[in-house]
Ligand binder design. Structure first.
Ligand code: FES
Length: 134
């Protein structure tokens, strides 16, 4: 008679084949909108992803005319909370922010705003009305 037994002891040699994304830590990103008719939306964001990545995945109406290569200012956003958790601003990004509509001290370009930690962040999408048709 064949006998099968299972051990309940932990085997330290046993490893699971993990997908590369499995260990990436997720944080939360809240999109607020200058347009008061649009309710805030909350999504997951992973270390290394940009605010524009999430905006595009989730169909947030955020313009990105140059395709996310820091060549325009249409993806302009305000960072409400978590500025230190995004990749540092470059001189080129600063130049394009200066050309954005109503830039503020917490302005960033969403395509250049890559999360560099696992901390939750809040951003505000400026009113996109002035960009429609551009
Ligand atoms: S999409 Fe053009 S600068 Fe971000």
């Amino acid at each position: 008679m064949l006998k099968i037994s299972f051990s309940t002891q932990f085997n330290p040699e046993f490893t699971l084949p993990l997908q590369s994304n499995f260990l990436k830590v997720m944080a939360t990103i809240v999109f607020q909108f200058e347009d008061k008719n649009i309710a805030s939306k909350t999504y997951s964001i992973t270390n290394g992803e940009s605010v524009l990545d999430i905006a595009m995945e989730e169909d947030i109406g955020l313009h990105h005319n140059c395709g996310g290569v820091c060549g325009c200012s249409t993806c302009h956003i305000y960072v409400v909370d978590g500025m230190d958790h995004f990749q540092e601003i470059s001189d080129r990004e600063e130049d394009f922010i200066d050309r954005a509509i109503n830039p503020k001290i917490n302005s960033r370009l969403a395509c250049q705003c890559l999360l560099k930690s696992d901390t939750d962040v809040i951003v505000m999408v400026p009113d996109q009305t002035a960009l429609n048709g551009h």
